[in-house]
Design a protein around this ligand. Sequence first.
Ligand code: NAD
Ligand code: UDP
Length: 317
Amino acid sequence: MRVLVTGGAGFIGSHMCDRLLKEDHEVVVVDNLVTGRIENIAHLSGRSDFHFIKHDVSNFIFIPGDVDCVLHLASPASPNPTSPYGYPQLPIQTLKVGALGTHNALGVARAFNARFLLASTSEVYGDPQEHPQREQYRGFVDPIGPRSVYDEAKRFAEAITMAYMRYHDLDTRIARIFNTFGPRMRLDDGRVIPNFIVQALDRKPLTVYGDGLQTRSFCYIDDMVEALYRLLKSDFNEPINLGNPKEMTILSLANLINEMTDNPAGIEVLPERRDSEDPQRREPDITRAKEKLDWEPKTSLEDGLMKTIENFKTRMQ
Ligand code: NAD
Ligand code: UDP
């Protein structure tokens, strides 16, 4: 297959490129590098089966040659307002790429009658009132809050993807991705694992927002790549949760990272992020992924963190 990967210079996108090339597919990346890094795909340059086009997908996308499959991953993804790469700092770009970018990516898929996969998010559930979250849950999202630029853009992206499936007979997939981490994340991404690892390796206290009792569950990148690849090959059109169901508090994550890095600096408690509507609990119900994709995460949090810490160490030297 010849696969278009929008956002292919980003964290998840670059790992997907590696997997697709390993499976002998040809890859075309379109990325404007707003949050991604050219270093993530530098090792692929010069290959005849890999092509990079620097372009903002919120504008019309032109792809020379055929496309069999579109993986639409382009979007800022960090909620941290203190990071230059957080979507609160890129509100209009985030809305545009979720809406116009998804429309354009669907347009490419339709023009080539290609399969289309949307990277959606657990954020479509907002600050969930149901726990764990099943795909049938419709969410609890503030349409005008600081996270709305991301949440509502992704909800629109899901709606237009379903519309293209229903009205244009496009072969579509929707992955609702939960917190995923691993090598190649930006050091200054702002999401919790990169923040904590950089702080720990700098021997600084880890910044826990609020009492740290809010929960998340963290999926290692290799498991996510496997899930996305299986979804791409499946024939399942409804949204599907992809993530690790092992829920933990942010405080226990901070303690674990301090322990694994021998960081003596401990924890610094900062005011809770009410300003960013921090969801209090999040955990995917992955029954559907188990049934439809025969998939569940295999990497332990400790193993995934160890590999990520090693990657960050080499990049921080
Ligand atoms: P990332 O920031 O590393 O990657 C996103 C990529 O999209 C970057 O390379 C960026 O430059 C590119 N991009 C953004 N806007 C663009 C535009 N207008 N035109 C072209 N390229 C553009 O983030 P990531 O964690 O790899 O996320 C990838 C996708 O997965 C995103 O759609 C995100 O919403 C989704 N997702 C990720 C997670 C996670 O935990 N990592 C969780 C839920 C959803
Ligand atoms: N968080 C934290 N300290 C940080 C960064 C994040 O305590 O330096 C918390 C944040 O408040 C949230 C959780 O970690 O409760 C996960 O945040 P992240 O930015 O990774 O993404 P989210 O899951 O909120 O989309």
